[in-house]
Each structure stands twice: as C-alpha cells, then as structure tokens.
Design a protein around this ligand. Sequence first.
Ligand code: PEP
Length: 252
Amino acid sequence: MRKRILVANWKMNYDFHETTSFIRNLLKVFFDRKINHDKEIILSPSFPFLHISNQILQGSSLNIAAQNIHQKNKGPYTGEISASMLKSIGIQKVILGHSERRELFFENNQILLEKIKIALKYDFNIIFCVGESLVERKNNKQFEIIKKQLEKTVFYCSSDDIKFFYIAYEPIWAIGTGKTATFEQVQVMHEFIRSLFLEKYGKNISDNIPILYGGSINDINAKNFFSQKDVDGGLIGNASLQFEKFLKIIQS
Ligand code: PEP
C-alpha cells in the first residue's frame, strides 16, 4: 500500500523566524496533542533556511525539500545553488518543474531534464511537477500535455532512477487561485499518469509511484482529494502557510 505524502511548498514566503517557529511549533503540537499520523511530511522552506530547518527536524519523522536546484554543479552561475551544495548540508529532496519555475523562470523540458540528471547524480528524491494551463484544459489537451511533459523529462530515466521520484499533478489554473480541479478530474488524470508509468516501466513501478495532487488544497477539501484511489497526497502552497489549516490537512 502506498503511503500518504504531504509536501508544504512555502515558496518565497517565510523569513528565518517564521520558518523556524513554524517548524518548532509543529513538532511541539505533534508531541503535546499526541498527533500520530502515518504520513510522510515534507516541508520546503527557502534556501537560506534549509540548513537550520533540517537541523531542527533531526530525529523527527519530518523531512525537508529544496524548492529548486541549478542544472550545473559548479561554476560561474551567480546567484544559483547546486545539488552538491544542498547535499553538503544534508538536503536529500528537491521540487523540480513547478509551474512557477516553468513560467516565470523559463525552465523548459530540456533544462528540467538536466536538473533531473544532476539531482539523481547526487541521490536526491525528486518531487516532479506536471500540469496543464487553463487554455490547454479548455481545448481538452490536458492528457497530451502531461504525457509530453513526462516523456521529455522523467521518462528518460531508468527504472532504478524512477524509484527516486514523486510526481505532482498540478493543473496551473488551480495553483494559488482558490479554484480546485474536481475530485473526479484529479482521479482521472492520476489514473492516466499511472497508466503512462505502466506502459513505460511496468506494473510494479506504476503501482508504487507516488502521485500527489496540488492546486488550492485546503483543510476542507483535502480529505476528498486524498480519498481518490490514485491520489497519494498533496503538494500544498497557501494552506501550508497557515498553521492550524496545515495541521488539519495533516490529520485529513
Ligand atoms: C503550489 O504552488 O504547488 C500549490 C499547489 O499552491 P496552492 O496550494 O496555493 O494552490
């Protein structure tokens, strides 16, 4: 049985104090309220706070992911952060292919494939995002788009490497908009994604690859998304910044 996974993507929001007090509070509340969850929880703070966040979480069941890495490992890339740098501070997971990176920072499939390769070289787990735009959905192109996004990136990887991936289906029109895809739309897409993995890698990988949904998940709708057969959890933006809401999502 696949484990439920929650990824909190804090984007460019919390500063040092907000990040560390959120994490400390979360650990305290888990302890005080005796919250026993069986989920894999991954928090994704901004780069400067990854190290301290990781230290605070040492010995807990929570994990940290970076929000990005550069595709090269070293050199004249002012302002960039490499996989080996993150590895040297104990980070083992990274989000790649988020629609904000694709749209605002022009990360295309080729760049993302390079990022995947460098991340795998340093044994990172990759939370890889795919998703269609509203226009693509209106033109009923969503399946074609998702297939292409996977074929040009993840599907270049070997079966051994696929074990390092989580896939996050994030329809762009549902991210940060308050508009969610319907539970049915999400289940249909997740089933489709799983079928692509079946075709490419066989039943074992297809049965086990975690597929998360992301797009305006909140404490009210989380349970319904998570009860869909092929939804293994969520990538959560806004609601993960609100402590009590995030706690309710964890308990969904
Ligand atoms: C995201 O940015 O990955 C996301 C899902 O954001 P939100 O939950 O705010 O829609």
